[in-house]
Design a protein around this ligand. Sequence first.
Ligand SMILES: [Zn+2]
Length: 435
Amino acid sequence: MGSSYSRNNHSNNRRNIVQRTNENRKNAEKRQENETKNTLQDEMPHDEKQRENGYENAHSIILEGQDWKKDRKDNGENITFPDKNEADNRLVELKKKGRWKDYQIRSSDDKKTWWLEMANPQRIFRVAWTIDDGPHGVLTDEMKSEGLNGLKQVTWYIQRNKLYGKEAAFKKLKAIQDKGGEIAIHSFHPTQDHATWFPVAAKANTSKAYSTPYEGKSENVITKDLGDFNSELKRYGIKVKFVRLPGGLTSELEVYAKTLGLTDAEKIRKIKKSIVAKEDVSSYGKEAIQMQNDFNTLKAKLSELDLLEWSGTFDPLIITTNSWQAETSGVKSRDDSTTHKISLGASEPGSKTDPKQAGIYERKLDQMEKENKSSASLVILAHDSSTADAKAVAEDKKEMERLAEIRGVVIKYETMSSLFKDVTGNDAANYDVKY
Ligand SMILES: [Zn+2]
């Protein structure tokens, strides 16, 4: 695939990941327990439809020019045998690896050449790489070439302050869109990085994860900037459909609750949950009501602009706490839950490694096999903010492709819009958002 990472780099990165994973294990596991629950529940119910129209595209993207039905080596070379015995042995080997459902033994008419072939279409795994925080002069190019290995079907959740007044930067984004990529909105304040989407006070922003230029402002004033940024992008021909809050919805609601003086963590958790679930929060007091009102103002603006806060669920209008399902990160403080190099192969049948150490991708592969599903999907968050992040993306992408190969699964890379189409059956561009 032309990746520039050598084996040495690979094992260095692996050591780093082991170290980091140990440090963050406890937190990550707790969070993952909750998130995996959501993640694993949102499989699409209309697999049958996709069986008809999804596979052909997938094959042409990943296995272009290859006779994908035939058993093959990782380099794409077909595997053949001079007699049936050897083919039988190969089938046993593949069964051990979990590919047995899809293969049957075939031979040439003269019985001199034997091989294994898929009896049914392969399973398909839809992967949407979504990259936050850019655009960034040098790092975006690094993420594109080193991280994503030139992959075009990627969604870039961008920040307005990185573009403001820079015509060339807008044109670069338009070029990404023209080549098959997608632009989405991450933050919209003209000059501040990661400005919160709620009127958060500086003093509540203890983690310093945000900037707080909207302190004391009304939600209407804040969301006007969202509208302005959307129009600005439109003027350059950039069509946005998806948005993602700077810290994800759940952590933004958290700092907003603290702004309003709430301190009880359990109470805040319940309020957040109820607000996202559209439940009545009046019993929690006036702060909860204000949070809900402001969230409703935001949703009304999203509806007016036809923008979606979507994480890959079957129902287009379900808002989840995060607009991603797994994260790939090279930075210590962040989650790195897509694959777990520490348990390389943990999900492969016969492995002695604790399956809990598997990443969300691996768990989804397991689930697909266990439930005999023909497809699955994953929205992965990564950040356009360091060389280590680009390296982590390259590692995970390679590892996911390796595991897919072993399982007889085809990965189809998606933008959020193409994933939306495949998962919900709706055309994103024309989807009328009514939150
Ligand atoms: Zn961000």
